[in-house]
Write a protein of this length. Structure first.
Length: 149
């Protein structure tokens, strides 16, 4: 797959599902942006909420990045993710619910500090969960009319 430049396009939204799991599309976009020729535009590809996704999916971000780098098309990556989720015995509905329930205040003190340094207080104050915060921040960065995932 080709690298992405997140300076010119936003990553897909956190609620976009691939292989039946939210945040998967966004993780793939950020990992594609971390490939040679890509640009993360300040996004975290292998820490932050991507670590929550990794823990709940049982899929290593490094292994996923390797699959993305080798894949000709996204459907190959999605098939691999689906297989890994099955092999790991992941309950997709439970994983989705747990990710949707993450709030900035439910994070460790260290991650609350990262959120405080990364996201403006006006966004943090009006967003009830992490996904709402990510969507609002994407809109702040790219504008309301930019293509959404």
């Amino acid at each position: 797959m080709q690298a992405l430049d997140l300076r010119v396009q936003r990553p897909r939204g956190p609620r976009v599902q691939l292989a039946g799991v939210t945040f998967t599309a966004r993780v793939i976009d950020k990992l594609r942006a971390s490939l040679p020729g890509g640009n993360l535009n300040g996004y975290f590809e292998s820490n932050g909420f991507s670590l929550v996704w990794q823990r709940l999916s049982g899929i290593s971000l490094d292994e996923l990045r390797s699959q993305i780098a080798q894949a000709e098309a996204e459907e190959h990556v999605v098939a691999w993710v689906d297989q890994q989720l099955r092999e790991n015995g992941i309950d997709r509905d439970e994983a989705n619910a747990r990710m949707e329930a993450v709030t900035p205040t439910s994070l460790s003190a260290a991650w609350q500090q990262v959120f405080a340094e990364t996201y403006p207080a006006t966004l943090r104050d009006r967003c009830s969960n992490a996904f709402d915060l990510f969507e609002a921040d994407d809109e702040r960065i790219y504008g309301a009319d930019a293509a959404r995932g």
